[in-house]
Design a protein around this ligand. Structure first.
Ligand code: RB5
Length: 146
């Protein structure tokens, strides 16, 4: 399982913490930037990460901006992506259990690092439940094909 991570300038301060946390959980991480605190446009980084995740079925993504909203909106434009904006352990677990999200988004201006850790651990440790949720997720994925 590999993780592609990207942020914008409003999410970059959490990037190293999240990378270290993932590596500590045995997950390979590819950092897609940015690599300085200069202002950047979050859709550029959301697209970069979403394209990688869409092409690598054994991967997931993490996108961090100020709120997580812009990153999730942009990432969900890429075919095959289910990006979920999560604010706590519960939403992170549900994003996997019911929605089989393949990109996790959160906001550096919204959640503290303790909550970030619980978001990531709940996302990693929860399995997609399938069954009736599979049908619904398939319906989501068909929308982009219509
Ligand atoms: C940047 O100021 C901010 O708009 C961005 O990080 C994000 O919160 C957008 O949704």
């Amino acid at each position: 399982m590999k993780c592609y991570i990207a942020t914008d300038h409003a999410g970059i301060e959490y990037k190293d913490f999240v990378i270290a946390l993932l590596q500590n959980r045995g997950i390979e991480v590819e950092d897609l930037g940015p690599f300085s605190k200069e202002r950047v446009d979050y859709p550029d980084y959301a697209k970069k990460c979403a394209l990688k995740v869409a092409q690598d079925k054994d991967s997931f993504g993490i996108l961090i901006c100020g709120t997580g909203i812009g990153m999730s909106l942009a990432a969900n434009k890429v075919k095959g992506i289910r990006a979920a904006l999560c604010h706590d352990a519960y939403t992170a677990a549900m994003a996997k259990a019911h929605n089989n999200a393949n990109i996790l988004c959160f906001g550096q201006r919204v959640v503290g690092l303790g909550v970030v850790e619980s978001i990531i651990d709940n996302f990693l440790n929860t399995q997609f439940e399938g069954g009736r949720h599979e049908t619904r997720v398939e319906k989501i994925m068909q929308i982009e094909e219509e």
